[in-house]
Design a protein. Structure first.
Length: 363
């Protein structure tokens, strides 16, 4: 097992002065996650309305990797996992604004033959996880998780059609609209819709519609590329009882459900633009923010999660988890944006500690 040393906390202070205790508390919490070996690295950026695209307060704890023990870079890249879904949903809502689809259209209208004959699943139901589609990344498929989700022994290329086929190989959880269950298969469908209606790849659509206009130069859709741009902290996973380096995976197994790579600065800028009404119409944004209960303290809209904090505030954005990386990108209605990325080291994400850190950042 790789030995994890304790890293000193490195801080970068910009336009937000840590005048109150919340910043000092957050610093301690990040440092404690590393000391407890729950994380090998943790990054956070807090930006308030008016602090500027590159302003705010940033901190980094831990190491880029546990062998060299180089300090983690607060501007480092990381896999954002399911935060990708917010980018995908934004483009789908843009297409709706342009009249190229209606959210209540059956998916089959635009992707004939992709779903079983007679499927009544709508675009809206795919985006808010009420379709009932089985999660292709879930357990219960012999051979699939053993072959394709081993981060260190196999790195197979996957096509969207293959991912969708796995999702359709099991019975749906429920009839469309009759329940809620998170399923990555929904965002394979959503990305395929983008490719059909926008032309070209869904990655091209996100790049031309979001990344370039917002100058998110550190954000990418890697496709089959296994590496992560430097600087980055390495990702770790527990495999066969040992901590292994899982930094390099084939992100095609995530596709529109979670393949993207970004930084805290780029994600902060994206959320500010989206929730500030700069990427969609007011009507579209309202629909994205309209949530239904999904779990205790959490609601789900169209590619946006709503988290209820202990202080009574609610924040919108998305969380994401993929081998070796865990991300939260959230914004409150008063304009505070918090992006937090961590590299779980023990195999289990310290959910309670991260929830406490979010409460500290926002409350």
């Amino acid at each position: 097992m790789i030995s994890l040393k304790i890293a000193a906390l490195s801080l970068v202070l910009t336009s937000l002065a840590p005048a109150d205790d919340r910043f000092a508390s957050l610093e301690r919490q990040l440092d404690n996650l590393v000391k407890a070996k729950a994380m090998s690295a943790a990054l956070v950026r807090i930006s308030d309305k008016g602090s500027g695209t590159d302003g705010g307060w940033t901190a980094a704890a831990g190491y880029r990797d546990v062998v060299s023990r180089k300090p983690a870079d607060p501007e480092g890249h990381f896999r954002i996992g399911s935060v990708t879904k917010t980018f995908v949903a934004t483009v789908v809502l843009q297409l709706a604004d342009e009249g190229k689809l209606s959210l209540d259209d059956p998916v089959a209208k635009h992707l004939p033959g992709a779903l079983p004959e007679g499927s009544a699943i709508t675009v809206r139901q795919a985006l808010n996880h009420t379709s009932g589609l089985f999660d292709y990344a879930g357990a219960g498929i012999p051979g699939w998780s053993l072959r394709d989700f081993r981060p260190v022994e196999t790195r197979y290329d996957q096509t969207p059609e293959e991912l969708l086929a796995v999702g359709l190989s099991k019975p749906p959880y429920f009839k469309p609209g009759e329940g809620w269950r998170y399923s990555n298969t929904n965002y394979v469908v959503a990305a395929m819709l983008i490719e059909k209606l926008a032309g070209g790849s869904y990655a091209d659509a996100i790049t031309t519609r979001i990344l370039r206009p917002l100058r998110l130069t550190q954000t990418s859709l890697p496709g089959h590329r296994q590496s992560i741009p430097k600087p980055h902290a390495r990702g770790y996973a527990v495999y066969k009882g040992k901590v292994v380096d899982a930094t390099w995976i084939n992100p095609s197994l995530e596709y529109g459900a979670g393949e993207m790579i970004s930084t805290t600065a780029d994600l902060s800028r994206f959320l500010d633009a989206l929730l500030g009404g700069k990427l969609t119409s007011k009507s579209a944004l309202k629909q994205m923010r309209t949530t239904r209960p999904a779990a205790e303290g959490m609601g789900y809209g169209l590619g946006l999660q709503k988290f209820d904090l202990t202080c009574g505030k609610s924040v919108h954005g998305h969380s994401g988890g993929v081998f070796g990386y865990l991300t939260y990108a959230l914004r409150s209605d008063d304009g505070r944006t918090v992006v937090m990325s961590g590299n779980p080291y023990s195999g289990t994400a310290p959910a309670d500690a991260l929830q406490k850190a979010l409460d500290t950042a926002f409350c």
